[in-house]
Structure formats: C-alpha cells, structure tokens
Design a protein around this ligand. Structure first.
Ligand code: EPU
Length: 434
C-alpha cells in the first residue's frame, strides 16, 4: 500500500493538465457493450477503477485492448448477461452494466453492489426505471434479474429524495437506445458526464433529444454502430487544483478546466474573493494568497448545483479561510468522513446533521498522520497537508488512485513537496494501520 508524505507551505507555480473524466468513462465503457462493432475510447485516465471496469467487460466476453496508456479499444461481439458478485462488489459503478445488457441481450443478471463508505447508495430508481420500460425486475439472492423480452419505450421519472440520479439516468438511457418505441426520462440528471454519454451514444447512431436538459427523449433503434470517442476532461480534478491554488501562495493555470462545467464552483470562489481569470481554450488561471479569502456557505446539489465531489475540498479551503462558513450536503448527507481527519490536523469543524460548520482561521493546520477514507476525502486531506505547517502522512492512498491520475506527479510539477512511498517506509509509530 502506498502513502503520501507531504511537507506543507510550498508555493504553487506553473501549469497543470487535467485528465479525462473517470465518471464519464465508466458508463462510456459500459456503452461499448451496446454494439458488436469496435469502439475506441480516447482520453481515458490511467486509473484503477477504469482498469477494473475493463476487466469486468472482458469477463462478460468482450475483446479489450489498450493501444496506449489513455486509449482503449473494445469489441463486444459475443457477451454474456451475468456480472457476478466477486467483480461487481469491488466497484459500485459496475451497476451501470444493467442498461446495456438489457438493451443488447434483453436480459441481465447483475449483482447488487453492496455498501459504500459515503452513505447509503440504493438503486431503487434504476429498477423503477427499467420496470417502466416494461422489463420484469426481480431482486433475489443478492442479484438483480431483468427479463426484457417484452421491453418497450415508456415514461420514466427519475427524481428521488436527493434529486436525480447520475448512474440511474445512464442506465435507463442505455437501456432505451435499443428498446423499441419512445422513452421519455423526466428529472434526468444533467451532469456533464451524462451529457458526454449522450454524445457518445449519438455518435453510435442513437436517437436522443434534450441532451443536457432534465428531460431526455429517446427513440429506440434496431442497431448501434462502433465509434471513436474522446471523453471530456475531469471537472472535479480541475476544481480540486483551483481550490488548492485559491488557498495557497499560488499562480497556476489549469488546462482542461472548462468554465461551463464549473459554474457553481467558480461562483463560490468569486464570492469568496478568489483571484482567477478564464482564458481561451478551457484554461483557468488562479492566483492565491493564503488567508485572504472570505468565508462562503455551500450547499451541494445535483448539477448545475455545487458538486458533492468538491465538498470535502471546500471544507479544507474554508478551514483556512478566517470566519464562519456552513457547508451542507444534500446529495450524500453523511459524506463527512474527512472531517475527523481534518480536525486531527487542527481544523475547527463541527457536524450538525447534514452540515459542517467550519470556523476558519489563518494557518490553523499542522502536519499529522491521517487516513483517507474515500476518493474525495483523500484529495481534501492532501490539500490540507499542502496548507499545513510541517509533515503530513496520508495513508490509504489507494482511494485517491481510483480517481486522480498521477496526482502526486502533477502536484510536484507545480512545486508541491509530495512524495509517494510504500507503507513500510512510514515510521511505525506514526502508522495507524494494524
Ligand atoms: N439515489 C437513490 N436511489 C437510486 C439512485 C440514487 O436514492 O436509485 C440517491 C443516492 O443515494 C444519492 C443521490 O441519489 O443520495 C445521488 O446518487 P447518484 O445515483 O446520482 O450517484 P451515482 O450515480 O451513484 C455518481 C458519481 C459519484 C457522484 C454522484 C453525484 C459515478 C461513478 N459516480 O454516483 O462520484 O458523487 O454521481 O454526483 O459517476 C466520486 O467520484 O467520488 C463519486 C462518488
């Protein structure tokens, strides 16, 4: 297992380039199962989650090749309909195989994914949606069994307690593109990753209207063709660098930061008084001076609201911003596992229900050994370590490696003192691992 050793207080200078979006690639990989022809997917980040998704797809019978580090070629001529527990439990996003299997094979057996550290993540809306397409849906012995022999287009409402569902929308969309008749998805998620999936499906010959809106209309076609598709840049990775730069001594340019995908974050950073400029070609320049921002309140919401995947990083930023701010989670009300670790570094944060009440101060953080609990919590702790006095050891970096390509290398390129080491190289008295 790897750990990061970080010495805080280093200024950031220069340029960093964002990788392709993991959360766009995952359903796009699944969508390659919709055709027997070859799909070439470009701008794929080199991440464990995507290598794993490719392994599942290969296990279903597809031919999977990787002509270079960021390109995958997938041909799903003959595939089976069963995704077993020992594969699916390792990554819950594999539930997005349901839609393509239903569409292509008219049947699917996919294991239920199991628990998740960021809170309950049911798939009731996915199943409700498939039932509305006249599929027979049965959950037994830990598996979802779908019989889609009589599937036809239908009217599906995908709004739940926490808003629309991203992967649920992807599933129904992928099921509908090869299902006879017209399907209307209302309260569809409109995250840029869903838009990207729609664009990939359009390039395969799907008929979809309303792309980017909360109402998608899909006319089923008989067959889809192969495609070559370039995945969008990762808005969450871009947002993470922008937040880092806003709180440190920094002057950096983020390439692949598309302002139209980052509106809610940029709006909050502007309200906080951050000094940034939007340049041509998907570039944002951010200049930071520690302790000079104003506190802001944040509420996470489905897109175009403030993304939950930047909430933890925002907690770090507000911890070093003098004044009081309230950060409320509306998508995953329990997603605050980073808070106890930030507290260990000196942050003053109290959790009240689904809100973090952050009493920011100038320079409150000091280096400490901390544990990453999930992907975005890892990023928040690394940012905190870069703002802290002294040395921080961040353990369980495998969470970070699921979603940030070469994060340590990219941060070093900007001047941060971040080193990737093996757990064995960490002093035993600092490691909390048993
Ligand atoms: N929900 C339901 N029922 C459902 C589906 C979802 O109640 O059937 C609830 C969830 O429990 C949650 C909310 O609806 O409270 C939103 O869940 P959604 O289905 O939109 O999330 P997801 O598709 O499982 C994706 C990303 C997450 C990101 C969320 C929200 C992927 C692979 N994952 O998850 O990314 O936080 O959308 O934007 O695309 C991450 O990258 O760190 C990450 C967790």
């Amino acid at each position: 297992m790897d750990v990061f050793r970080i010495n805080g207080g280093r200024p950031l200078r220069g340029e960093v380039t964002v990788s392709g979006a993991k959360n766009a690639c995952l359903p796009i990989f699944a969508a390659t199962l919709l055709t027997g022809e070859t799909c070439v997917i470009e701008n794929v980040p080199d991440l464990s989650d995507l290598r794993f998704m490719a392994e599942i797809i290969e296990n279903l019978g597809a031919e999977v090749e990787r002509p270079d580090k960021n390109t995958w070629r997938i041909t799903a001529k003959n595939i089976t309909h069963r995704a077993p527990y020992d594969l699916v439990r390792r990554m819950r996003a594999s539930v997005c195989l349901l839609g393509p299997l239903v569409a292509r094979l008219k049947k699917a057996e996919v294991s239920l994914p199991g628990g998740c550290v960021i809170g309950p993540r049911p798939i009731d809306l996915h199943l409700k949606g498939l039932a509305k397409l006249n599929c027979e849906v049965d959950v037994r012995a830990g598996y979802v069994h779908i019989d889609a022999k009589r599937a036809r287009g239908g009217h599906v409402f995908l709004g739940g307690r926490h808003g629309s569902t991203v992967t649920g929308t992807a599933n129904i969309l992928m099921a509908a593109v090869l299902t006879p008749g017209v399907t209307r998805i209302e309260s569809a998620a409109c995250e840029p990753e869903v838009v990207d999936l729609c664009k990939m499906l359009l390039s395969m010959g799907a008929k979809i209207e309303g792309v980017g809106s909360h109402c998608l209309t899909i006319e089923g076609v008989d067959k889809l063709n192969g495609t070559t598709y370039r995945v969008i840049d990762d808005r969450i990775e871009a947002g993470t660098y922008l937040i880092a730069a806003a709180m440190l001594d920094a002057d950096i340019t983020v390439n692949g930061a598309h302002p139209e995908d980052l509106s809610a974050l940029l709006d909050k950073l502007e309200e906080a008084g951050a000094d940034f400029s939007i340049e041509l070609g998907g570039r944002i320049r951010m200049r930071g001076t520690p302790g000079t921002l104003n506190p802001v309140d944040v509420i996470t919401l489905p897109h175009p609201g403030f993304p939950t995947d930047l909430q933890a990083q925002m907690c770090t930023l507000m911890s070093v911003t003098p004044g009081l701010s309230i950060i409320t989670e509306r998508v995953y009300p329990n997603r605050f596992m980073h808070v106890p670790e930030l507290q260990r570094m000196g942050a003053d944060i109290a959790i009240e229900g689904a809100s973090a009440i952050v009493k920011g101060r100038r320079n409150p953080l000091s280096g400490a050994p901390v544990m990453a609990s999930d992907l975005r919590a890892s990023a928040a702790l690394i940012l905190a370590a870069m703002a802290a006095h002294g040395e921080t050891w961040v353990q369980r970096i495998y969470h970070l490696d699921r979603g940030y390509e070469n994060f340590d290398e990219k941060l070093r390129g900007l001047g941060a003192d971040v080193e990737r080491l093996n757990q064995d190289q960490m002093p035993k008295d600092l490691s909390g691992e048993s």
